[in-house]
Design a protein around this ligand. Structure first.
Ligand SMILES: *Cc1c(COP(=O)(O)O)cnc(C)c1O
Length: 399
């Protein structure tokens, strides 16, 4: 097998290829310009239109838009009633926002180790960490592949826990035939430019619970309501009440219009991502040094990220050398993620090294390759050629 590989056509790419990038077309631009010419720059008709479109797409009853995904997670922790003394179990292999939202509410993040194949939170580890103080679980659908919700829901039911799904990577993914956003107590999606669709900055919580919906809507705007049915006192048509301490986490109409326009293209974006992911997986089969992303088969990933893992059994070169060699080939690789508790802020809070050994070992050996719908098949082939070239060169140097 290995003898088939040659370095002949592995010439260096001329321009740097980023790991992710938005796709904005003329329709998106026109929609945003229309908003700029209209009456509402914020909290106008597009916010509601976008929320309804997200609810319809995911199959959730309600959707509440926020200024960004992190604010949306904060809202979800508030709605779930997280407060000082409460513990919330999440994964260390994620962006810091997944656990920062717990800290914002005064709660304590508890990190459960991940499954060595899917890199998603391991329900067995979660079970071992549940205490009387545990209030919620925040699983992350890593790279777009949904976590093990069958087992997580079982635990949640048994211990009366809220599931806040961090699906920042997983808009459009499915789990056992259901779309992400339709089955957890609350699900967060992010519209940062590297995610599936963008609104510049933006986020949303989907839920089927009217109670969460009401809390989320008020939380993003100072805890204020104008809904006559919710007012304690109604002195007249001008009356509104601030009923709890919320924030200004509102999404603008400019953001919502862009998001709504982008959503129309989401299925196409995901199709292209799937096609490119398959090209990678098929090409890397012949390299024993690379472990391609494991797919559990209980659903379909929406392929936010394509993460390869270096197989340390056959390849002793460290990740840093491979990473630097790929950057040198103009391939914008990345690493997702440094285990959250290994950041200085978390270390100071008292989280020790070695807390989640599986996540730490995965972190040491993973590399994220470029994957976004605006890249071309030629770009994908450039990445494949560069990876093969780098692996073969380093293989010969070290073994
Ligand atoms: C992007 C992301 C977030 C936060 O979203 P923002 O919109 O950037 O605030 C949270 N969790 C994960 C896993 C993410 O990738």
């Amino acid at each position: 097998m290995k003898s088939k590989l040659t370095l002949e056509n592995a010439t260096k790419r001329k321009e740097f290829l980023p790991y992710g990038r938005q796709w904005i077309d003329e329709d998106d631009i026109k929609t945003v310009i229309d908003v700029l010419k209209g009456d509402y720059l914020t909290t106008g008709p597009y916010v509601q239109k976008f929320e309804q479109a997200i609810a319809q797409y995911t199959g959730a009853k309600y959707a509440v838009a926020f200024s960004n995904g992190t604010a949306a997670l904060h809202g979800a922790c508030f709605a779930a009633g997280i407060e000082a003394g409460d513990e919330v179990i999440t994964t260390p292999l994620t962006f810091a926002a997944s656990s920062n939202c717990v800290l914002y509410q005064g709660g304590t993040p508890v990190f459960a180790d991940v499954d060595p194949n899917t890199y998603n939170i391991d329900p067995v580890e979660v079970a071992s960490l549940i205490t009387p103080k545990t209030k919620a679980i925040i699983p992350v659908d890593f790279t777009g592949q949904p976590a093990d919700y069958e087992k997580l829901n079982e635990l949640a039911k048994k211990h009366n826990l809220v599931i806040i799904e961090d699906a920042a990577h997983a808009l459009g993914a499915t789990y056992k035939g259901m779309k992400t956003g339709s089955f957890s107590d609350m699900t967060m999606f992010s519209f940062h430019p590297v995610k599936h669709i963008t609104s510049g900055e933006g986020g949303v919580i989907t839920t089927n619970s009217e109670e969460y919906y009401r809390k989320l809507e008020m939380f993003r705007s100072h805890g204020i309501t104008r809904n006559p049915a919710l007012l304690g006192n109604n002195e007249g048509p001008w009356h509104y009440e601030m009923q709890f301490l919320g924030y200004n986490y509102r999404m603008t109409d400019i953001q919502a219009a862009l998001g709504e326009s982008q959503l129309k293209k989401l299925d196409h974006f995901i199709d292209v991502r799937k096609k490119y992911a398959l090209m990678y997986t098929n090409s890397f089969k012949e390299l024993d040094e690379i472990i391609t992303p494991f797919q559990h088969g209980d659903g379909e990933s929406s392929w936010h990220l394509y993460t390869i893992r270096l197989n340390k059994n056959v390849f002793r070169t460290n990740r840093k050398m491979v990473f630097e060699a790929l950057i040198d080939e103009n391939i914008g690789v990345n690493v997702h993620y440094i285990p959250v508790y290994q950041h200085p802020y978390y270390k100071e809070l008292g989280y020790p090294d070695g807390l989640c050994p599986v996540a730490e070992e995965i972190y040491e050996s993973i590399i994220t390759l470029p994957l976004f719908p605006a890249m071309s098949e030629n770009d994908v082939n450039d990445v494949i050629a560069a990876v093969k070239k780098v692996i073969i060169e380093l293989r010969e140097k070290t073994v």
